[in-house]
Design a binder for this molecule. Structure first.
Ligand code: SF4
Ligand code: SF4
Length: 374
């Protein structure tokens, strides 16, 4: 890329009918040479969710991006590893999300070809990732603007967790159960292949109990940067958070991977903090009281309970099969062995029927995380 501005975050007003214009503007600000290059587009295909659920990257953005890249002579590939394990799951989730069709023949099944890599991490030494990530000349990361029960927010950095294949994600959750350590591991994984560009779908974001909740929040933006850490810092600020209070952003900033201080990020375009933005009920939102409660009282006393709603549960067994600590067994609804649960919330993320609700004292303390029907 020529004329790189590492701290530039570009914010464009947009809706899903105007993605072509947004993509043109992004590449005017971040010019790359694509001719003959292998370009990997990495959306967020968390699970088998249709676009209207607002959980996965919208297909119109992927379609506009792929069309642009092809016109400029790129050899384009689109892929992700959803939370569901298995070769067939990759393609099924891509089809349901609309991304398979949007990719216009460029979809690549990430589970097809894998490679084990060394990871310079305190927690994990080796990981199996999709080979396409290392083979690509350029990686374009296309996450969603969302909250996250375990890491508070999920954007550019967390989206690269999807380079891990199959059950590798569960292995990381099991090896690194504490949220602050898990956040550090996310940065370790992000550093395996730092994306060249991030284009975030913030047209429809998510608040409350993300990343697969029902509280959609219209934001009306496409946010892009060559620095995913600074982009995520702006997302945090828009959500009403101090980026330094987000574990993975603090770690990434201390490692010199990007600026998170608003005064040191060059922002182009209109943005403002979102009013009364709801954080997940796994965290008290702000301030000294919130920080103290999160640190001292959360785990022993007030972490939320998982509630399996029989009205929505179809006994599909997905949560049971994907629980990293085998804390669930199937009955009329899944039965939870609380002693085994590591609070990773993978079950909640992957339930295709959104039949898992969070209840407990924290909800009353914060008043946050209220769920509405999508
Ligand atoms: S709670 Fe959800 S994932 Fe678990 S069995 Fe019921 S429908 Fe399936
Ligand atoms: S029951 Fe759910 S939250 Fe608990 S360890 Fe299993 S997947 Fe994670």
């Amino acid at each position: 890329m020529s004329g790189s501005r590492q701290n530039l975050v570009l914010v464009i007003d947009g809706d899903y009918s105007r993605m072509e214009k947004a993509i043109e503007k992004i590449f005017q600000n971040f010019p790359f040479s694509f001719e003959g290059k292998k370009v990997l587009v990495k959306p967020n295909i968390l699970g088998p969710y249709p676009p209207e659920k607002g959980i996965t990257t919208h297909p119109s953005l992927i379609h506009a991006l792929v069309t642009y890249l092809k016109k400029r002579g790129a050899i384009c590939l689109v892929g992700d590893n959803p939370g569901l394990h298995g070769y067939a799951a990759n393609e099924r989730c891509a089809k349901i999300s609309g991304i398979f069709d949007a990719a216009g023949g460029c979809f690549v099944n990430f589970a097809q070809s894998t490679i084990q890599v060394d990871v310079p991490s305190r927690f994990i030494k080796k990981l199996v990732i999709s080979r396409a990530v290392l083979d690509a000349d350029l990686v374009i990361n296309v996450p969603k603007f969302k909250t996250h029960l375990q890491t508070r927010i999920t954007g550019a950095v967390k989206n690269m967790f999807g380079i891990l294949v199959g059950a590798e994600k569960a292995r990381v959750h099991l090896s690194v159960p504490r949220p602050e350590n898990f956040s550090e591991a996310l940065v370790d994984i992000y550093q395996i292949r730092i994306p060249d560009l991030t284009i975030m779908d913030a047209v429809v974001g998510m608040e409350g109990n993300g990343p697969s909740g029902k509280d959609l929040r219209p934001v009306g933006k496409i946010i892009s940067s060559t620095n995913g850490v600074s982009l995520d810092a702006l997302m945090a600020i828009m959500m009403g958070l101090n980026p330094e209070s987000v574990d993975y952003l603090r770690t990434a900033s201390h490692r010199g991977l990007g600026k998170v201080d608003l005064s040191r990020i060059e922002i182009q375009g209109n943005w403002s903090p979102l009013e009364k933005f709801k954080m997940p009920l796994t965290f008290v939102s702000r301030g000294f009281f919130g920080a103290a409660v999160n640190k001292l009282l959360y785990r022993p006393f007030i972490k939320p309970r998982l509630n399996f709603n029989p009205a929505f549960c179809t006994q599909c067994d997905v949560c049971v099969q994907h629980c990293p600590s085998q804390a669930l067994t199937m009955g009329e609804v899944p039965f939870l062995d609380k002693k085994k649960c590591i609070s990773c919330y993978c079950c909640y993320e992957l339930c295709p029927n959104q039949a898992i609700e969070l209840t407990g004292l924290m909800r009353r303390v914060t008043g946050g995380g209220k769920q509405i029907k999508a």
